[in-house]
Ligand binder design. Structure first.
Ligand code: ZN
Length: 243
């Protein structure tokens, strides 16, 4: 019985490694998804900057057209002011021209601000675009790594599983059946040592008679609380050493 239990301890040590490998395998795509999301958000930022820059230039162009139209109107009004024989008509024309000049001055100021903003955005876009290129290269490399790591982890898991099953295969089937049911419930923790008078898995106390049975190691003794297979601390330490 002692040999059987030792084999199970060895098998579950490999189960623990399998749990770690499975966790690593599961985390690989998560990190990739995170990186892909950051990349997409950077690309979106470039598009946003681009859109704002184009809108600024379009608005500046629109203002420039309005200024030109008013300048033509101002030239006409000045002509009227000079050539008109009616002083009041000349006065009205001058007044209207002044209003257009004020509007043009405001528009030109706004246009200048818009052009400066467009320049700033163009510089920002250039920096972001360089980052996109860099990040894309990183992402491609990372994707490849994830793929390779995934394959590596799978191969490693398969090898460990073979070793694990080899340990279990030497144990009679009634014992392995109990072990497999427990392993599914508590991966890598189906067999636990007796700690003092309590189960090393759930802490349930054992009656003296059960403790003696664990110490004798003549049969499969299970915890009354969690059903795990119990072994002595000595056997546990000895088997764990060889893992
Ligand atoms: Zn227990």
């Amino acid at each position: 019985m002692e040999t059987n239990l030792s084999q199970l301890i060895l098998a579950q040590a490999l189960d623990q490694r399998l749990v770690v490998l499975a966790r690593r395998l599961a985390s690989l795509p998560l990190e990739l998804i995170e990186r892909e999301a950051s990349f997409a958000s950077l690309q979106a930022e470039v598009d946003e900057v681009d859109a704002e820059r184009k809108a600024s230039l379009a608005r500046a162009n629109d203002l420039e057209n309005q200024v030109r139209t008013r300048e033509a109107r101002i030239a006409k009004l000045e002509k009227i002011a000079i050539e008109s024989s009616d002083p009041s008509s000349a006065q009205v024309a001058r007044h209207e021209a002044e209003g257009h000049r004020a509007a043009n001055s405001d528009n030109q100021e706004e246009e200048l601000e818009l052009l400066e903003r467009a320049d700033t955005l163009a510089a920002k876009r250039e920096i972001l675009a360089a980052k996109v290129i860099e990040m894309e290269a990183d992402l491609i490399a990372f994707r490849k790594n994830v793929e390779q790591d995934g394959v590596g982890l799978k191969v490693e898991s398969e090898e460990i599983l073979l070793q694990r099953n080899a340990f279990v295969s030497t144990v009679p089937s009634p014992i392995t059946q109990a072990f497999e049911v427990l392993s599914a419930k508590h991966p890598g923790k189906a067999v636990v040592p007796l700690k003092g008078d309590s189960c090393g898995g759930c802490g349930s106390r054992l009656v003296p008679n059960d403790r003696l049975r664990v110490q004798a190691a003549k049969g499969l003794i299970r915890c009354p609380g969690c059903s795990r297979i119990l072994v002595t601390m000595e056997m546990w330490a000895k088997a764990s050493e060889t893992v």
